[in-house]
Design a protein around this ligand. Structure first.
Ligand code: ADP
Length: 756
């Protein structure tokens, strides 16, 4: 048989097979009709000439009356699939209405088409065999329960199918139903089924498969494979429709087999279980919330049995397992008298009013420890009937809080005891410098009440003459960073006057904001009176010493003169040395007397106008005579006149130059300068001696202060000269200062206002 004969023979067979067939080219997207058989022409009521050479889609366009129809694209997709996979592709149960000849009308028809690829020797697809089967009648039966049962009754399998479907339909309103015919690959779905998958009309089987969430597709396939063995289908999966939210479905089905055990059909249901799933997730969230709470959370049934206690609660009360919760009676969780209260008071109150909250005692089930909890109870009502169904409780273990409170109270008590017992008055202000705390000691001193001292009240207990000074000092620390330090007097309850010194440290919060001062106030009456005694003693002693020393000086000078006149020159020289020592003594007494006068505020000043430089020159000349080792170098600039006590200023200069000589034994030069700066005359004395350490510089002007250390020890002195000098300069409205470097020397300077 030749190939042509063969071809012809097949062509004849093709033309006359009873199934409707089209041979279509693979020329997408047109898909030209190459041949058509009789059965096809009959089924579609068309003529061969109008089809051959035409595109499938131009001769069978979508039904113009049915806007929703998209069969063209579905067929094109099915053709494409058959070409792509090389396998027969089935397009199940689609509607394609055909014209009623001689009228404008269309007739409603449903089709299931198989598209079979025909390949050449190399395996390339060269034609498609398109064979649509009219399933309109079957559909009518499948969607019409009564009809299908009646008409399928004759066949056992069909009866079984119908019965199962009826059973499912009855048992499951709201269920989506599906029916797969394994022979034809045809899938019939109910509208509810389509809806669950996000479709508003039936779709090809493939569309439903694709609607399953990619992560769940394997699970579904596995369930289907399993169903072919067990006969039962069951799975839960997510559906991810192209639009709209993801849903959870539960699919169940039954497979029907033929006598050989070959699967024929699968009937099943699909249920939207999204809300069920969500509720389970929500419940899980709530349970994990409860389990992670630090408070006890429990649910008590109305019959008095705990049905749930969270992890924190189980730990708190000593439950080792969840079973214990239901097993151990509530009465075990309280001491007997407390359980009575729970039973007769608390639970009835919750049932009656809906809630109860308060402190109660609970008992650890194993250790027996009874401890306090704060309990918040609520009645839980059935949302439908409104009847109480359980009691919920949230309990906080109060032990840590009570321990912390006690610790705080203890430490507060301790602090109060300390501050009350302190011999010093303690105080605290706020940022506005208003007194906000003052301790018992101050109240005792001033015989006042706590509240009377608050804000500015404490000032009333100060000596009238000191109030202004203290207020000024307070105002001056408004910069808030300074250390506050002031002396004042208060009058005690017994009328005695007491000296106090107050000091305070500025306080800051975490942000560095000033919050006020905390300070102390010390009674320094004793020190003050000792100081007074010392001053009095020095005053009396120096005064008493002055007269005899003056007499000794007089007699010494007289004796020296007499011995010189007699020619006893050696003795006369001894008298001269004695006179020198008497001079030193006189100077010391003079200094002591000056200090006494200064502290008593009685240092007398005799102001006159004088030319500054000549006064200095004269003094330097005299002092040069007292030293052989040092040369006093003079650098005078035009200075001018001053109005001051000439002798006292001279005393200062003498002191500075004497110190320069005394504290520079290793050098031989001292430089004295005067100059004019703005409205001032400045005098400075520079030496190249032992110098002074930086931290001691300011202190050298204090009374009795002497710089300690090995280098200084060998120098005699009382530490009064600079104190007196600085007091004099201050009184003359001038300023005195020093710059120095240890080992290199010092420069002491003062300035006085120029008289223009
Ligand atoms: P003093 O009688 O001790 O000299 P002063 O009041 O004159 O008393 O001086 C106070 C202290 O200052 C001295 O004891 C000394 O330690 C220091 N001092 C004063 N002048 C100088 C100086 N030129 N060089 C180094 N130290 C000095």
């Amino acid at each position: 048989m030749s190939a042509t004969t063969n071809h012809l023979g097949f062509s004849l067979i093709f033309r006359h097979v009873p199934a409707a067939c089209l041979i279509v080219g693979t020329d997408a997207p047109g898909y030209t009709i190459l041949d058509v058989n009789e059965a096809y022409l009959l089924a579609t009521k068309s003529r061969r000439e109008s089809l051959i050479g035409q595109s499938v889609f131009s001769v069978f366009p979508d039904n113009p009356g049915d806007a929703a129809s998209n069969n063209t694209s579905r067929s094109a997709w099915s053709f494409g699939e058959a070409i792509r996979t090389g396998e027969t592709h089935i397009l199940a149960n689609y509607r394609y209405d055909i014209p009623v000849p001689g009228t404008e009308r269309f007739e409603e028809r449903y089709w299931t088409a198989t598209n079979t690829p025909i390949k050449d020797e190399s395996g390339k697809v060269i034609y498609l065999l398109h064979s649509p089967a009219d399933v309109t009648e079957y559909n009518r039966l499948a969607t019409n329960e009564a009809a299908s049962i009646a008409e399928l009754r004759s066949h056992r399998l069909q009866l079984e199918v119908a019965e199962e479907r009826a059973r499912l339909a009855m048992a499951s309103s709201g269920l989506g139903m599906f029916d797969v015919n394994f022979d034809t690959g045809e899938l019939v779905t109910s509208p509810q089924f389509d809806l669950i998958f996000g479709f508003d009309e039936p779709r090809p089987y493939e569309d439903y498969k694709l609607a399953i969430h990619p992560d769940d597709r394997e699970l579904r396939l596995e369930a289907h494979r399993e169903s072919m063995v067990s006969g039962r289908l069951f799975y839960e999966a997510r559906v991810a429709p192209p639009s709209g939210p993801e849903r959870w479905i539960r699919a169940e089905g039954k497979v029907f087999f033929d006598v050989n055990g070959k699967g024929l059909r699968l009937l099943g249901t699909v249920l939207d279980i999204t809300s069920e799933r969500m509720a389970a997730v929500e419940q899980q969230k709530l349970i994990s919330l409860a389990d992670n709470s630090v408070d006890l959370m429990s649910i008590l049934d109305l019959n008095g049995v705990n049905s749930y206690i969270n992890q924190a609660g189980r730990n708190m009360l000593g439950f080792v397992s969840e079973e214990d919760v239901k097993r151990i009676p509530v009465s075990d969780l309280h001491a007997p008298e407390e359980y009575d209260r729970v039973r007769t008071e608390i639970l009835p109150a919750v049932i009656r009013t809906g809630r109860w909250s308060g402190m109660m005692m609970v008992r650890h089930i194993y250790t027996g420890e009874v401890f306090p909890v704060f309990n918040n109870c609520i009645r839980i009502d059935d949302p439908v009937t409104g009847k109480p169904v359980a009691i919920g409780a949230v309990m906080r273990d109060m032990r840590p809080e009570l321990t912390a409170k006690k610790a705080l109270a203890d430490s507060e008590q301790l602090l109060r005891n300390i501050t009350t017992a302190a011999p010093t008055a303690l105080w605290m202000t706020n940022a506005a410098l208003e007194m906000v705390y003052i301790n018992q000691t101050w109240l005792k001193w001033t015989n006042s009440h706590y509240t009377d001292n608050m804000k500015g009240g404490w000032l009333h207990y100060l000596h009238v003459d000191d109030r202004e000074k203290v207020i000024d000092r307070f105002r001056s620390v408004n910069g808030r960073t300074n250390f506050y330090d002031v002396d004042f007097r208060i009058i005690h309850a017994d009328g005695t006057v007491h000296w106090c010194t107050a000091s305070g440290q500025p306080q800051y919060d975490d942000n560095g904001e000033f919050t006020g001062y905390i300070g102390a106030c010390v009674d320094i009456t004793e020190q003050k009176s000792l100081q007074q005694q010392k001053d009095d003693f020095i005053g009396i002693a120096s005064h008493e010493l002055k007269t005899p020393v003056t007499s000794i000086k007089g007699y010494t000078q007289l004796l020296e003169q007499m011995l010189t006149d007699k020619g006893d020159l050696r003795e006369a020289a001894l008298m001269q040395r004695m006179d020198k020592q008497v001079n030193r003594l006189t100077n010391l007494i003079g200094d002591l007397l000056d200090v006494t006068k200064i502290t008593a505020g009685k240092l007398q000043f005799n102001e006159t106008v004088f030319d500054f430089n000549p006064m200095v020159r004269e003094l330097v000349e005299d002092l040069q005579r007292t030293t052989v080792r040092h040369t006093l170098v003079e650098h005078y600039e035009e200075a001018g006149f001053v109005y001051a006590d000439k002798d006292r200023i001279g005393q200062v200069i003498t002191n500075l130059i004497s110190n320069a000589i005394k504290y520079s034994p290793g050098s031989d030069e001292i430089v004295i300068r005067t100059c004019r700066q703005d409205n001032h005359i400045i005098l400075s004395v520079e030496d190249f001696g032992i110098g002074i350490a930086r931290e001691k510089l300011e202190r050298v002007f204090e009374q009795f202060y002497r710089v300690g250390g090995e280098a200084q020890q060998s120098f005699p002195g009382l530490g009064l000269g600079l104190f007196i000098s600085s007091e004099i300069i201050k009184r003359e409205t001038g300023k005195i200062w020093v710059t120095s470097e240890p080992g290199k020397g010092s420069t002491f300077s003062f300035q006085l206002p120029i008289l223009d």
